[in-house]
Design a protein around this ligand. Structure first.
Ligand SMILES: Cc1cc2nc3c(=O)[nH]c(=O)nc-3n(C[C@H](O)[C@H](O)[C@H](O)COP(=O)(O)OP(=O)(O)OC[C@H]3O[C@@H](n4cnc5c(N)ncnc54)[C@H](O)[C@@H]3O)c2cc1C
Length: 316
């Protein structure tokens, strides 16, 4: 439903100048691409977040929850919805001793994966190092089941708290979580209401006590390896396509197809890592989508493999 002047007044009363109407999403995505969102806001407290989502549900306004926008391609015409970023609220990270060298670390959805990895390292807790160097928030990481060949969120998650579309909070245990490769599906559970998905509020991670010096040493090596392999410094959304299988990573297939370095406008298949599409200047979502389609067609023709995007494509 389109916003009317009363809606805008209500939002401005709750958020003051922090509410942005027609905000370019290119300011909030790591690809630096994306047209205007009807509304963009980053609530600063959980109370504000709950108030906003309850109001939006009541007024039948759709909303999109994001973290740091590091896995998003927002289309050029933008998003006809309220975009709510959690990166300014829900930032706490705490730990509880479970005995026998085990700890449950609870990280709120708006905290960064970086801060959780640093917390775990400083506390001498093992299990998080696989996520060293992955940007984004805990909420985004859980939704995307973020990971590398060294591990995924699924491996260490014990419980999550979610906010249901009807405004009720709920705790889900590991055996209720429907994880798959780079996805946690909350949609086909009985928690989805009228096509709206629950909001992840936090995650509880089970980590084991260990020598923090070993963790720090390992973390340095992982970061060094990422720097060596990835086009760090260029706007991107990380790996663009899902790997069809561990033996056939998308990057290898794209490289073998001779597509490294090809461009459309300012969008480029990275010459350093073929599964990264980078924005070398003023690339549009159209440019990125053109490259995506081109790569998909070539890979299908050469290898009979359908490459699926890992990046979430949103907007109009
Ligand atoms: C340089 C670079 C390297 C990367 N390397 C990796 C890597 O090694 N491994 C990997 O897995 N990924 C990698 N990524 C991708 C990305 O960092 C991860 O997917 C990350 O977990 C996304 O977090 P985010 O907060 O930015 O989520 P966003 O991009 O903001 O959102 C991603 C999705 O999650 C949903 N979402 C976000 N927060 C919530 C919430 N609280 N509740 C419900 N839904 C939510 C959004 O609606 C969207 O569908 C990389 C990205 C970049 C730019």
């Amino acid at each position: 439903m389109a916003l009317d002047p009363n809606d805008k007044k209500w939002l401005t009363q709750l958020f003051g100048t922090k509410i942005k109407f027609g905000e370019l999403m290119s300011k909030h995505t790591s690809l630096r691409i994306g047209g205007p969102a009807d509304v963009y806001v980053s609530p600063e407290t959980q109370k504000q977040l709950f108030e906003l989502t309850a109001w939006a549900a009541h007024r039948q306004h759709s909303y999109l929850i994001i973290g740091e926008g590091t896995n998003l391609l927002v289309k050029d015409k933008g998003i006809q919805a309220i975009v709510i970023s959690l990166k300014k609220c829900l930032n706490e990270i705490t730990k509880t001793d479970l005995g026998k060298n085990k700890y449950r670390v609870r990280a709120m959805a708006g905290a960064t994966l970086r801060s959780l990895c640093t917390f775990a390292m400083n506390e001498g807790l093992s299990g998080m190092n696989f996520a060293i160097g992955i940007p984004g928030t805990i909420g985004g990481g859980i939704k995307m089941n973020a990971g590398t060949s060294k591990g995924t969120m699924e491996d260490i998650l014990d419980t999550i708290d979610i906010l249901l579309p009807d405004g009720k909070p709920q705790t889900l245990c590991k055996n209720q979580l429907n994880f798959s490769y780079r996805n946690l599906s909350l949609a086909n559970t009985n928690h989805a209401l009228h096509g709206k998905h629950p909001i992840i509020l936090n995650g509880g991670f089970i980590l084991n006590h260990t020598d923090d010096r070993e963790l720090k040493k390992e973390a340095k090596l992982i970061l060094k390896d990422r720097k060596r392999k990835q086009p760090i410094g260029w706007p991107s959304a990380g790996c663009f396509f899902k790997n069809p299988s561990p033996e056939q990573p998308a990057g290898l297939l794209i490289d073998q197809a001779g597509l490294k370095g090809i461009r459309k406008g300012d969008a480029e298949i990275s010459a350093k890592h073929a599964n990264f599409i980078i924005n070398t200047g003023k690339a549009s979502a159209e440019d990125i989508l053109w490259l995506m389609k081109h790569v998909q067609e070539k890979i299908f023709k050469l290898f009979n493999i359908i490459l699926e995007p890992e990046v979430k494509i949103v907007g109009d």
